[in-house]
Design a protein around this ligand. Structure first.
Ligand code: SF4
Ligand code: SF4
Length: 189
């Protein structure tokens, strides 16, 4: 498949920032596409993971932050597990998410950034994700309280949604991690 790269104002593109945030060396990717062939959302995405990596290698800039895979990715880490070069592809997608939020380029389509924020807020508060609190935060953001609720009763019945906050989560450590990330972001600014 041909890959179109728009000319970036920044001639270095995003690759260095992505490598810095993710701790990944992207130069070792040789485009075998094992990450993409195992990715559960790659068929739906216009830019599957291997293509994102290639575009970064070719010094693509901010236009990458508009890519659908950034918010379609379900963080299953299959791509990272399959990469023969040990590239943490999921961390690369995470780094692109971080940059998209930093640069206010996050797509609002489908409210995925809002969902992401709701998820992180509950992890910060409870030490792990807490379904009901996360759903409540998300619904408050969308104001569409009845949307996508058809499966809710069945999931509750099957115990797929926890009503009580997670037990045994190491909240102190989780909060320390969030604090450290915040501090390191502030130091970079
Ligand atoms: S699996 Fe690894 S080496 Fe292969 S295309 Fe994906 S990132 Fe590159
Ligand atoms: S972590 Fe994201 S990009 Fe990687 S395989 Fe899973 S959905 Fe695809």
């Amino acid at each position: 498949m041909a890959i179109t790269i728009k000319k970036s104002k920044d001639t270095e593109g995003l690759i260095h920032r992505v490598e810095e945030i993710s701790g990944v060396d992207l130069s070792v990717c040789y485009q075998c596409k094992k990450c993409t062939s195992g990715c559960p959302v790659s068929k739906l995405a216009k830019s599957p993971p291997s293509q994102m990596i290639r575009r970064l290698q070719l010094k693509a800039g901010d236009e990458l932050l508009d890519s659908d895979i950034i918010w379609m990715c379900v963080s299953c880490e299959t791509c990272s597990a399959r990469c023969p070069m040990g590239i943490d592809v999921a961390a690369v997608v995470d780094a692109l998410r971080t940059l998209a939020l930093e640069k206010k380029a996050a797509k609002q389509e489908g409210n995925v950034p809002l969902f992401n924020r709701a998820f992180l807020a509950t992890v910060r508060l409870f030490g792990r994700t807490y379904d009901i609190a996360m759903i409540a935060a998300y619904k408050m953001g969308t104001l569409k309280f009845m949307a996508d609720t058809e499966k809710f009763p069945a999931m509750l019945k099957k115990g797929k949604i926890a009503l009580l906050p997670p037990m045994g989560a190491d909240r102190k450590t989780t909060r320390r991690i969030f604090k450290k990330v915040k501090q390191s972001k502030a130091n970079k600014e």
